[in-house]
Design a protein around this ligand. Structure first.
Ligand SMILES: C[S@@+](CC[C@H](N)C(=O)[O-])C[C@H]1O[C@@H](n2cnc3c(N)ncnc32)[C@H](O)[C@@H]1O
Ligand code: SF4
Length: 394
């Protein structure tokens, strides 16, 4: 049987029960009345794309917002509209508050193979400081329900460096996550977004996260997770061998995918494109037989090479051997990065060391400049390494 070319479908579900204090994602807490029309629009969008030759998907990712806020029938209606390869990876982001046995059983029967739980912390006062509505007991309950429904592949999202979080609290969260028996952890440093409750508190004088403490927390996460058999495979992601998220790996290797739903991004035929931002505009566009795409950009070869380099450098595989990498490697000694132990050469690849991962964005920018200077081209438009972090308009 021929091996399917990797192709991803990202579906954005822009609804949440409440807004967490740190979150600036494209999601709404007062639009429940739109959910049914939104689901219909996603199905219509997918059906039209299938008619015009959408490749068979090797991975599907429901992200949000809170996909698990949808009734099981609504989510599976969207999933049924995606033509998938046998064994396609299908991930649903779930809030521990919004899952139950019936919902998870229906997901499993319809082909969902992986759940990503928004846990953030296993310590009640840290959860409260983040404005989360669940407690650690809800997380344990959600994981037990997922196991009962037959889910072998579970991931948790954690956030570190909340000002209310002590090193011991972070250790408790890591231990608590591992005690759940998950095979994948995504851990993000708390970022203060200006247009959020935390952003306003910090602007009014509340303490911001401390860079040094966040660096310590990263190092602790990397040691604790690795000791438990979860190796880093991207700067913010750890997994048991073979359990990396294939959908995210597609993003990091410059693969092709479509974005369904408002604020979703796609990358097809050498173009990057993004949909209208709000659910209302998405529903209106699709139900009016119009395109929901709000903008796009063609990636010239230079930009493409820069992006590929930035994304690859964030992964354990490192930046692949190509002209740019070769130019950069020859310049590394000049920059002192090898001597300072921030990057290492593995054959013709450049791989970030643990201290290097702490400085991933800065290092990528420096290496891109070095590569551009060595290859005689300009620095290019400068796509930040943060590009690696998501495919929705935040
Ligand atoms: C869009 S959320 C989806 C998960 C689900 N809605 C939930 O929260 O339970 C994806 C993840 O992004 C991370 N995230 C969102 N805003 C962040 C911020 N300001 N700083 C760090 N991580 C953030 C959180 O870990 C969150 O679980
Ligand atoms: S973190 Fe998740 S649950 Fe909280 S507001 Fe953002 S998308 Fe919604």
């Amino acid at each position: 049987m021929p091996v399917a070319v990797p192709f991803g479908v990202y579906v954005h579900i822009p609804f949440c029960a409440s807004r967490c204090d740190y979150c600036d994602f494209a999601t709404w807490t007062d639009r429940e009345h739109l959910i049914d029309a939104y689901v219909t629009a996603c199905v219509t969008d997918l059906t039209r794309r299938r008619v015009s030759g959408l490749p068979v998907a090797t991975s599907v990712f429901f992200g949000g917002g809170t996909p698990s806020l949808l009734a099981a029938e609504q989510l599976t209606r969207i999933l049924d509209a995606v033509e998938r390869t046998e064994g396609a990876e299908v991930t649903v982001e779930c809030n521990p508050d919004s899952v139950d046995a019936a919902k998870l059983g229906a997901y499993r029967r319809s082909g969902v193979s992986r759940l990503s739980l928004g846990v953030q912390s296993m310590v009640p006062h840290v959860l409260a400081a983040l404005g989360r509505t669940h407690d650690p007991a809800n997380v344990r309950r959600a994981v037990a329900l997922a196991r009962d429904a037959g889910f072998a592949r579970l991931s948790v999202d954690l956030i570190y460096g909340t000002p209310a979080e002590s090193p011991d609290d972070w250790q408790r969260s890591l231990d608590g996550a591992l005690a759940l028996g998950v095979d994948h952890v995504s851990a993000y440093a708390l970022t203060i977004e200006p247009a959020t409750a935390l952003g306003r508190q910090v602007a009014a004088g509340a303490p911001a996260p401390d860079d040094d403490l966040q660096a310590d927390a990263y190092v602790r996460a990397d040691s604790v997770l690795a000791a438990a058999g979860l190796e880093w495979y991207e700067v913010s992601n750890w997994a048991r061998p073979g359990e990396g998220c294939r959908h995210n790996e597609l993003y990091w290797t410059g693969g092709e995918y479509v974005g369904i739903g408002c604020a979703a991004h796609g990358h097809t035929d050498g173009r990057r494109w993004w949909n209208v931002r709000t659910p209302e505009r998405y529903i209106a566009a699709i139900s009016g037989s119009a395109s929901a795409i709000a903008g796009s950009e063609e990636l010239d070869p230079e930009t493409r090479a820069e992006e590929a380099f930035s994304l690859a450098l964030r992964t354990r595989a490192g930046a692949v051997a190509n002209d740019r990498a070769a130019a950069v490697v020859s310049d590394l000694a000049g920059q002192g990065l090898l001597e300072r132990g921030l990057v290492e050469e593995q054959g013709a690849r450049i791989v970030l060391t643990r201290p290097g991962r702490l400085l991933a964005s800065d290092l990528t920018a420096r290496l891109l400049l070095a590569g551009a200077a060595s290859s005689g081209s300009g620095p290019g438009p400068g796509h930040p390494a943060a590009l690696a972090l998501g495919t929705i308009e935040c």
